[in-house]
Design a protein around this ligand. Structure first.
Ligand SMILES: [Zn+2]
Ligand SMILES: [Zn+2]
Length: 340
């Protein structure tokens, strides 16, 4: 089968013919119809993610891709819950143990024994990917593979963050950065019945935020940004999907008292917030790590109900290195999915 292979960091992926994976008794083989391209793939390919690289053993050579959706074309003898032809997807969590304290508390996304798709095992930048039947998620037939794939990491991440931030109906929610994650965060926050403020520095992305239901779209680079935001009112919740430290500083200072800052985008440098201001305003800072299978099912239901739709573009897998380059230069609106 055709696959995009990472042999070494800082090298382009190579499109190669490799053997098709074989299913064990508890696995399914999925013919990939679409695989979303995530910023973390770019970081990984560049070897620029020291915390992850020191915590896990990256498989090499590696097929990356942890937003893969397609049809089950083979299954192991113990797999009863899926039939051939079912449409399913594989997310970041390839497997979690189900036995540890965290798994038993419903926090499988924090399981210390977890296996990670497209990092510690091969993922979806290929014609086929194999996966544990216990950890693949069924995709509603009303969603195309292209629509569903980016929900498996980008969508899931902002969905869990929105839950952890405790967004309540009628609250003001500011989304900082209207990229692959942010444009989904706008829709998720709307589905929580919030008043949504989309914030970015490019007009094209602000227009996208408006078209997706943002009640306000503000340009953080505009001279009167602070005045405009003041007119709207300080947000109860700031979902920061931008990886710019400046976006975090802005989000922190713009929150109203009793506000919540949700860490989603990952700047390379550490973030610092003045404790005196946190205390004086009772500011909460929350974070989340991708999401659980239960979160994913809830999100797919929202998408099937038409409340969350990824703005995406499909490109051939063979163009994966150009896609990475477009990501580096911020040339992508929404999300790209690749197909072999
Ligand atoms: Zn991802
Ligand atoms: Zn566990």
């Amino acid at each position: 089968m055709k696959a995009a292979i990472l042999h070494d960091y800082k090298q382009p992926l190579r499109i190669e013919d490799v053997p098709r994976p074989e299913c064990a008794a508890d696995e399914v083989l999925i013919q990939v119809e679409a695989c979303g391209v995530c910023h973390s793939d770019l970081h990984l390919a560049e070897g620029g993610w020291p915390q992850l690289l020191s915590a896990v053993t990256v498989k090499k050579p590696l097929v990356m891709g942890h937003e893969a959706v397609g049809r089950v074309v083979e299954k192991g003898r113990d797999v009863a819950q899926f039939a051939l032809g079912d449409r399913v997807g594989v997310a970041w969590i390839y497997w979690s143990c189900g036995q540890c304290r965290l798994c038993k508390e419903g926090l499988e996304n924090l399981c210390p024994r977890q296996i990670i798709t497209g990092v510690t095992v091969d993922g979806g930048y290929a014609e086929f990917v194999k996966a544990k039947a216990s950890h693949v998620t069924r995709v509603p037939e009303t969603l195309s593979a292209q629509e569903a794939a980016p929900l498996f990491c980008a969508g899931l991440t902002v969905y869990r963050s929105s839950k952890k931030a405790g967004i309540r109906p009628g609250q003001r929610v500011a989304v900082f950065g209207i990229g692959g994650l942010g444009h989904l965060a706008v829709q998720v926050a709307k589905s929580f019945q919030a008043e949504v403020i989309g914030i970015d520095v490019t007009e094209e992305k602000l227009a996208l935020a408006r078209s997706l239901g943002a009640d306000h779209a503000l340009n953080a680079a505009a001279g009167d940004f602070a005045a405009q935001l003041k007119k709207v009112g300080g947000p109860h919740v700031a979902l920061v999907t931008s990886a710019a430290k400046a976006a975090y500083d802005l989000a922190f200072s713009s929150l109203r008292p009793d506000g919540t800052l949700a860490v989603i985008g990952l700047p390379a440098e550490d973030l610092t917030f003045p404790p005196i201001v946190m205390v004086a305003r009772e500011t909460r800072i929350v974070a989340s790590s991708v999401g659980t299978r239960a979160d994913l099912r809830e999100l797919l239901d929202l998408a099937a109900a038409g409340k969350v739709r990824c703005h995406s573009e499909a490109r051939p897998l063979a163009q994966i290195n150009q896609v990475f380059d477009d990501m580096r230069h911020g040339r992508i609106l929404g999300r790209v999915v690749v197909r072999a």
